[in-house]
Design a protein around this ligand. Sequence first.
Ligand code: ZN
Length: 243
Amino acid sequence: MKIGIIADVHANLEAFQAVLNAFDKHGVDSIVHLGDIAGYNANPNECIDLMRARGIESVLGNHDAAACGLEDPWFFRSAAKKAVEWTSERLTEENRCYLCSLPEELLFNCRCLGVHGSPTSRDDYIIDWLDAMRQLEYLNGREVSICFFGHSHKPALFSEKGALHRLEVSQSHTLEQANRYFINPGAVGQPRDKDWRACYGILDVDALRIDFYRVEYDIDTACRKVLEGGLPEDNAKRLRRGK
Ligand code: ZN
């Protein structure tokens, strides 16, 4: 069985569609999203509609929470805050309710936990190995061996035993039964590791392996929609910079 793992779609429909096409080619059995469907880019409703139509389970991200009114975005940076306001003015009532209904975490495939920022907060960043290890205690007693997270927009894999890994493109990692992991598949809609291509991961449950991939998408269209929609210009520039 293969599970597609994605995070931070951020209303980038072109990137999302490219990743879904890739998943179809890989033949994944299900897809899990680690939060932030909305924010930054121009197609929040279309991305939510697609997520629901494809039966993709998602957790609540910080941008989702702000866009649907569950969280005050007072600490968001200016371009992110403007995009949240832009989004909340345009969300259909049905999609606003959908975002409000998303859970803080998902348990799937027995020993996998999906969260947005960290097991303790959707606003926490797990950037390095130490950040990940500080979160281990929140997995104790939960029979969770892999915690999938997003929010930093950078692919990463940190293991309890063994050193830190920063991932290169298309790396494959065999996982050990007796180890615990924090894994970020990278961002679909706004990667921040200086590579503009959309990120995704595939967990092969039988082989106990995680594979990381990148896929090109129609970035010109995504950027044009940001600018034509009246979203901050910096949001389009970030897509091209990949950071
Ligand atoms: Zn995000």
